[in-house]
Design a protein around this ligand. Structure first.
Ligand code: VGL
Ligand code: ZN
Length: 203
């Protein structure tokens, strides 16, 4: 059992990020067994769920002449356009069937504001609109987090970088993460996490 100040944060283990999903991460489902095995070790267990309204501004389909993985300028900076994914109340947005969601203390939904995307479990992509997770962790006395899930180079990395910036002690357990790797994004974010003092656990 981990110490009472440690939380496990499971990022976006949802059907759309698993094989056959709308934004499938290679071997995304391969981490579910190890996450289930980790959950009972932690006093605090938090899941995040990407949760977009139909026609979300992060979807390429919301624009004329745009394709998935194009880059656009949003008011808050550059934004990658994605295939439609994790639309609220769809099968794609549901957690992977085998994930033991019943033991979660908290489920944080993100990306529900039509005009702004949210990769991080802490802040939306403007880096200022909070999800509330920081306050939840602090008021429960949780200052140390282990982060796992999908995708390593997007929602996992953004969450880990924000957690480190906020002063949490952060480990990303790479054995229970899988990445998208768009134009070298995996290397870039691993370097950023390392530089931010995030511990990357490989075995
Ligand atoms: C994610 C792209 C768009 C993720 C979510 O969970 O990493 N990536 N929405
Ligand atoms: Zn999304």
């Amino acid at each position: 059992m981990r110490a009472a100040n440690e939380a496990l944060i499971v990022i976006d283990v949802q059907n759309d990020f698993c094989p056959n999903g709308a934004l499938a991460v290679r071997d995304g489902d391969a981490i579910v067994g190890s996450i289930n095995a980790m959950l009972p070790d932690f006093t605090a267990r938090i899941l995040t769920q990407d949760w977009h309204p139909i026609g979300h501004t992060s979807f390429a389909s919301s624009y004329d002449g745009k394709s998935p993985y194009d880059l656009i300028d949003m008011s808050y900076g550059p934004q990658i356009l994605w295939p439609d994914h994790c639309v609220q109340n769809t099968h794609g947005a549901a957690f992977h069937d085998v994930l033991e969601t019943g033991s979660a203390d908290l489920i944080i939904r993100k990306g529900f504001r039509p005009q702004i995307d949210s990769y991080s479990a802490f802040f939306e992509n403007d880096k200022t609109t909070p999800t509330g997770l920081e306050g939840y962790l602090r008021t429960r006395g949780l200052d140390t987090v282990t982060i796992v899930g999908l995708a390593t180079d997007f929602c996992v990395a953004y969450s880990a970088l924000d957690a480190a910036r906020l002063g949490f002690k952060v480990t990303v357990d790479m054995t229970a993460c899988r990445g998208i790797d768009l134009n070298g994004s995996l290397d870039v974010t691993l370097t950023q996490m390392h530089a931010a003092g995030v511990k990357l656990k490989h075995d």
